[in-house]
Design a protein around this ligand. Sequence first.
Ligand code: SAM
Length: 259
Amino acid sequence: MATVTAPLSVQDDLDAMLPYTFMALVGKRVIHPGGRPATAALYKLSDLQPGMHVLEVGCGVGTTAIEVVRRFDCHVTAVDIDPFMVERAEDNVKAAGLTGRVTVAQGDIQSLNYPDQQFDRVLVEAVLEFVDPMRAVKEVVRVCRSGGRVVDHEFVWRKAPTPEVRMLFEDKVCPPSRLLDWQDLYQSAGLSDVSLVSGIPSIMTPHGFLRDEGPINMVSVLAHVLRHAPYRRKMAHLYSDLRRVFPYLGWVVVGGLTP
Ligand SMILES: C[S@@+](CC[C@H](N)C(=O)[O-])C[C@H]1O[C@@H](n2cnc3c(N)ncnc32)[C@H](O)[C@@H]1O
């Protein structure tokens, strides 16, 4: 993976920076609630086969896109709305020697720039909570071929949050997050044979961090944070907010067949 340095435009307003952008900035590679166990469930529900053309939307720094090519010998188109993420993903694809196997592009999950039924599989990890979910679900179903699979991994409330916790999560930690019944949403968009896997987030625990990043990248991320006082402050605030909301949160992976 490429070394991450902060472009000035991204450093400008660390306070306002979304947590996932900050995590990418400091070099974290896995930036979704369920970490690697959720991605393993996503692969299982996707039934990926060699030669398939896979779309990953909201690809972040490209970690899953790269792994899909390496593990399943697929071709991947990886899309993200944020130019910073697109740049990181492109750097990481290049560093992995997979230019030509992963195509990275800027795009919006709510209005994808691809024809109907273009892809065999569509994968999404931790994106729907930030967008108009019905528009996004219609789009990912539209671009997937009939009989293909759409699989998505998102946060859920696993117990009813107090009003303070809900406000903290939706409007401060991860704005503008809105958590829905994702299974219901995909069923109403026409997916059949819908399966669901669920778990408890562990990305911010020491064990989850180590499992997701591996020892070398974990040390690199921590060193990156510790070297910069503004990063230390941002991480401390983020960690303290997340500790308050995580007891209420779970994750799900939802997947099914397109009509
Ligand atoms: C929580 S991060 C997840 C990144 C990556 N999927 C992962 O799991 O590591 C959310 C990602 O969704 C992207 N995103 C947010 N809104 C989007 C949209 N409308 N269309 C496409 N991507 C979007 C963000 O830029 C960010 O990279």
